[in-house]
Every structure is written in C-alpha cells, then in structure tokens.
Design a protein around this ligand. Structure first.
Ligand SMILES: [Zn+2]
Length: 322
C-alpha cells in the first residue's frame, strides 16, 4: 500500500468510535518504533513531521524513511502529515514533496485571516489530492516553534466552527478543549495534587467538544497536545539524573472517551520523547562504559514501540481496524 490520505481512515474511525494516533517523527528509531507497533497491531497510523523536524532531519530523509516504513508494513494504511504548518509556502513545499496531509495552523491570526490562509492552502492541497487540517482556538504550551504562554490559550468557540469549515473547505479541524503541548502542560496553580503529590490537571472541556460535534455532524475533530506524560517515564528520568518536576499530561481515560466521540486524530509527541529519554538515561546509568549508539538506541526504540502499542490498544482503540 502506498502512502494514503486520512480521508478513509477518519471516516472509518468516526463511524467506529475510535481515533487514529498521529505520532511525530524525527529520526529512524522513532519511525521504526511507531510503525512496528502499528504494523503488528494492524492499526492505521499517521506519521507527522513538524517544521522543527524538517529543520533537524531534512525533508528528504524523513520522506524516504517513511517510504521505507510503508514498504515494510504493506498491511496498514500510513499517512504522512505536516504538523503545524504556519505559512502557505511551507504547506506547498510538503504537498509538492510527497506528503498526503498538511495542517495549516493560522489559529493565532484573526478569524478572517485564519479563514483566508486556510482556504488558500485547501485549494492548492485539494488540487494535488492532499487533505488539510485547520485549527480554531489556541492551545497553551510549547511545541517546537509554537509557544503559547499559560493563560493566553483560548477554547474553541463552537459558534464559529460551522462557518469556518464551510468557508475554508478544510477536511478536519483541531479544536482547543484544554489539551496542551509539551511535558509541562499545566502550572501547579491550574491543578490539584493527588495523594502521591502528583499534579492532577483540570478535566477536558467535553461540553465544548459536544457543542462542536452537534454543529459539525460527521466531521473529524483533532486533538493536539494529547500526550499523557506517563509517570513511569518521568520517575525514570528523575531517578537516572534528570530533573522534570511536575511534568504531567492528559489522563488516558479522557482521551479514550474523546476517541469514542468525533475525535478521529490524537496527536502524541512528548510521550515518544519521554520514552526514549527515560530509557537512554537508564541505559547510561547502568552501562557507563558503553559508547556504541546502537546499544542505547535499541532499548529506546523498543520503548517507543511498547508505548505506541499501549496507546493503540488502550487509548485510541485503532488496533485491527484496517
Ligand atoms: Zn500541536
């Protein structure tokens, strides 16, 4: 199977009450870890590339690695998506360069400017058989070059979604209902603490999601900033010389609930970074004399694979859905 768009994946996910994982890729081990898990579990998957990933790894390397993963896993549909495209030129360059899906994130602009830029990208993308994700509302947090201070985020206004989708022609819509980018999603002031002293974030705004669904029946919704920041990895990082106080994410049961509703794409990036870093730190601590990158990248890749498999089965519900 060649790279596919997300059109059919989203239709099946919407009707089937599950979501497709969109995992960020930056290097070979990450591409392999994700696609080995998806391949074994017969789960469709979205590999997404940010502007930062392109700057780090080079567009051509990323596309060729993803193409290799497609060849190695012919049984599953794989889409290649641009995460947080911020200009028409960047989206065009990915559309021309083999991506099957792009996001244009003009959510920091005014409603009218967001519509104008999104529409421009949609017209070019659709002419080339590529689908477009747009965003309304602003998430807090840090993701590569996207930085929004806590307190400056804004929930999506459901009364705007119909007009936005019909005027832009976008294929899916990212909304802000309280998820957040990065491993430090919430300040202590926004949270309570559980018995172990771990921050408990405010619940997602399912009322906003339900309102959007009512106004956009059958339309795929996307959640960004949806890592769960598993505490086992945070503990491992801290145990082996790291320092990540108060790193918390979105509870998996809330994401599972969103996946059963109209949320068809759930973005996960920080959990990949954490899985790798925690395992590399552990490896270094236990084998101070080793220096072959293959020795520590192997368990890091395995940790990505195990984490992705867990998400596919327990959070997304996308296993055996090809
Ligand atoms: Zn994002």
């Amino acid at each position: 199977m060649a790279l596919v768009t997300t059109k059919e994946m989203f239709k099946k996910a919407y009707d089937g009450g599950y979501a497709i994982g969109a995992f960020n890729v930056n290097n070979m081990e990450i591409v392999q870890g994700i696609t080995e898990a998806a391949g074994e579990l017969e789960s469709p998957v979205i590999l997404q590339v940010s502007k930062g990933a392109r700057a780090y790894a080079n567009h051509k390397y990323l596309v060729k690695m993803v193409e290799a993963a497609v060849e190695e896993n012919p049984q599953i549909p794989i889409a290649l998506h641009l995460d947080h495209g911020d200009t028409f030129e960047l989206c065009k360059s990915c559309i021309d360069g083999g991506f099957t899906s792009v996001m244009i994130d003009a959510s920091s602009k005014s409603f009218e400017d967001n519509i104008a830029l999104t529409k421009q990208v949609v017209e070019y993308a659709h002419d080339h058989g590529v689908v477009v994700e747009a965003e309304l509302g602003t998430l807090a947090g840090i993701e590569d070059e996207v930085v929004v201070e806590a307190g400056k985020e804004a929930y999506t206004r459901p009364e705007e979604v119909e007009e936005f989708v019909s005027r832009t022609g976008c294929d899916s819509l990212a909304i802000a209902i309280g998820t957040s980018h990065g491993a430090y999603k919430f300040t202590a002031a926004q949270c309570t603490r559980n018995a172990e002293g771990i921050l408990v974030p405010p619940p997602l705004r399912f009322d906003v999601l339900e309102e959007c669904i009512k106004r956009l029946p059958g339309f795929p919704i996307v959640l960004h900033g949806s890592s769960s920041v598993p505490q086992e990895f945070v503990k491992m990082v801290n145990q082996y010389g790291g320092n990540m106080p108060d790193a918390v994410g979105i509870p998996e049961e809330q994401l599972r609930k969103a996946a059963t509703l109209a949320v068809c794409k759930i973005n996960i990036d920080s959990d990949i970074r954490l899985a790798m870093t925690a395992n590399i730190r552990k490896y270094f601590a236990e084998h101070p004399d080793h220096f072959d990158p293959r020795q520590y990248l192997k368990p890091a890749r395995q940790a990505v694979k195990d984490m992705v498999a867990h998400k596919i089965v327990n959070v997304l519900g996308s296993d055996h859905k090809i």
